[in-house]
Design a protein around this ligand. Sequence first.
Ligand SMILES: Nc1nc(=O)c2c([nH]1)NC[C@@H]1CN(c3ccc(C(=O)N[C@@H](CCC(=O)O)C(=O)O)cc3)CN21
Ligand SMILES: O=c1ccn([C@H]2C[C@H](O)[C@@H](COP(=O)(O)O)O2)c(=O)[nH]1
Length: 278
Amino acid sequence: MEQGYLNLLRKVRQNGVRKPTRALLRSTGEKIDALSLFGAQVRYDLSCGFPAITTKRLAFGAVVHELIWFLKGSPDISYLHEHGVRIWDAWADEQGNLGPVYGKQWRSWAAPDGRTIDQIAAVVRGIERLKEDPTDPVGRRLIVSAWNPADIEAMALPPCHTMFQFSLTEGRLSCQLYQRSGDLFLGVPFNIASYALLTHLVAHVTGVQVGEFIHTIGDAHIYSNHLEQVDEQLSRSPFPPPTLRIDPAVSSLDEVRREQIVLENYRHHPTLKGEVAV
Ligand SMILES: Nc1nc(=O)c2c([nH]1)NC[C@@H]1CN(c3ccc(C(=O)N[C@@H](CCC(=O)O)C(=O)O)cc3)CN21
Ligand SMILES: O=c1ccn([C@H]2C[C@H](O)[C@@H](COP(=O)(O)O)O2)c(=O)[nH]1
């Protein structure tokens, strides 16, 4: 399950091209280099277990809260703070605002005619239609885009997970994400778990089975301050993947609560810490 991620991590560690980046390390105040590979894809078969990384501890609670926050469509980080999640602090302004980032674009994309478009609700409706009629035109159009060029300048950080597409094939729901930029050590384990969880949740509320999560990354990189941790991580053998359990009472993506999502049998290696580049 985890091998695809570890293979990519190893490939970028060994063959990535060292590039300067715009990102800063707060501890030194300097810009930081990264080892980088452009264009990568890893597939995770969600029917074989939940793709939580086991070669270090994944902060699964933070992943769940971040996804619930996206689904709420909120422009500020107050929900995250209420639940002790600090991963977006470095990008928010004094009021805790990030601008029209993921949640806003997913749930209320502003159309030129004044309407707002709920892309998530549209995907759920599309899957319901496909269950009735597999030839419904929506079949190859189940897309959510966070990349809204008109809003990019107002965002604290242009979206990294830019667009995703679902496919319902033989009763199984798969999801492919295009991530323009991926911090392989810190962000990507979060992103894998987040989209795997989203796929499970969408499958759950529409009453279908899960298929694959396909993770396509543009610039896949390891920051130069993470190299020691990555070497340690690559020396570890993964454990069997955990399993995800969603409370059967969950019937809508709008009302999911943290305690309704449980990761069972999550066995993992010790925490590996790394400073995030801002
Ligand atoms: N350079 C960079 N990498 C990212 O992954 C990233 C950004 N910037 N900017 C926006 C968001 C914020 N994300 C983050 C930020 C911090 C952690 C982090 O520090 N994770 C630690 C501790 C998590 C915890 O215990 O709460 C980890 O070990 O995973 C993860 C993702 C992902 N994104
Ligand atoms: O969900 C996320 C959000 C961010 N990242 C990483 C990828 C990059 O290292 C930075 C963003 O910097 P850019 O210069 O805008 O690419 O954040 C991630 O991996 N996952």
